[in-house]
Design a protein around this ligand. Structure first.
Ligand code: NAD
Length: 256
């Protein structure tokens, strides 16, 4: 098993890639703390993991709240005795428009993509140091590697995530803490549907999805498990000599 004896904290774990992640990490031997605002979704994923004979807890938290972002680390340590792996997966799809955007819309986009992961990571670092190391993973996006005409503010936040990741990689290497990010393309989750069909976009969701598929060299969108394969690798000791990497998992989209 690839995560044997590891303690993992995963945010946005009740759906999509986060859900697939906690199921896989637990099956690979980790004790998992799954965090989400969706209590029912959390209960269901924790049940699925424990029914399979693995170990998990659910922590219901709104990660737009600073105190909650820090306290999820304390709850994980309280339950399992430490933290080795942190996947900062929570995010917000943002908005298409720039002109006339309400500052509350600006705030929620930046807070959930950037501020929350800043606070959670800041709380986790001392815990990892006391255990002699760890591995931190962020979910950025292809929009954090290239510009995104559909989502300028989201793109700014995800570039910020990659900047934070690269900076931490250098800062934490001497503490034996590796830091990387995955940069998903279009992945088959509820959030992708929001990306494709936001009310403030001029074209409809089906047309946007068809246009995106035509631009992806592999000519299909990705599945959550395909991102989890990369997340598992980067978090695990198999990636022991990899830090500071922003890995596209996008069917080749940014390679063109
Ligand atoms: N799906 C894609 O195409 C895609 C592409 C690139 C990057 N991403 C990134 O992946 C991450 C999540 O995406 P997904 O596709 O797995 O999403 P998803 O829609 O399947 O799940 C998102 C989860 O986040 C939870 N959540 C929302 N607001 C929250 C809050 N305030 N506090 C705690 N939890 C909250 C939801 O309850 C939900 O369970 C985000 O960081 C997103 O930017 C997604």
């Amino acid at each position: 098993m690839r995560l044997e004896n590891k303690i993992a904290l995963v945010t946005a774990a009740a759906s999509g890639m986060g859900r697939a992640g906690v199921i896989r990490f637990a099956a690979e031997g980790a004790k998992v703390a799954a965090v989400d605002i969706d209590k029912n979704g959390l209960d269901s994923v924790v049940q699925e993991i424990t029914d399979a004979g693995h170990e998990a807890i659910g922590i219901c938290a709104d990660l737009s709240d600073d105190e909650a972002c820090a306290s999820i680390v304390g709850e994980t340590v309280g339950q399992f005795g430490g933290i080795d792996l942190l996947w900062n997966h929570v995010g917000h799809p943002g908005f298409s428009r720039v002109e006339g955007i309400a500052l509350e819309d600006y705030a929620i986009t930046m807070d959930l993509n950037l501020r929350s992961v800043f606070v959670t990571t800041g709380a986790a670092i001392p815990e990892m140091k006391t255990r002699g190391g760890g591995s931190i993973l962020f979910t950025s996006s292809i929009a954090g590697l290239i510009g995104s005409p559909f989502s300028p503010l989201y793109s700014a936040a995800k570039w910020g995530v990659n900047g934070f990741m690269a900076s931490l990689a250098g800062r934490l290497a001497s503490d034996n803490i590796r830091v990387n990010s995955v940069c998903p393309g279009v992945i088959d989750t509820p959030m992708a549907k929001i990306f494709m069909a936001r009310p403030d976009q001029e074209t409809d969701g089906e047309a946007n999805l068809a246009m995106m598929k035509s631009l992806i060299p592999l000519k299909r969108i990705g599945q959550p498990e395909e991102v989890v394969n990369s997340a598992l690798f980067l978090l695990s000791d198999e990636a022991s000599y990899i830090t500071g990497v922003a890995l596209p998992v996008d069917g080749g989209f940014v390679s063109k």
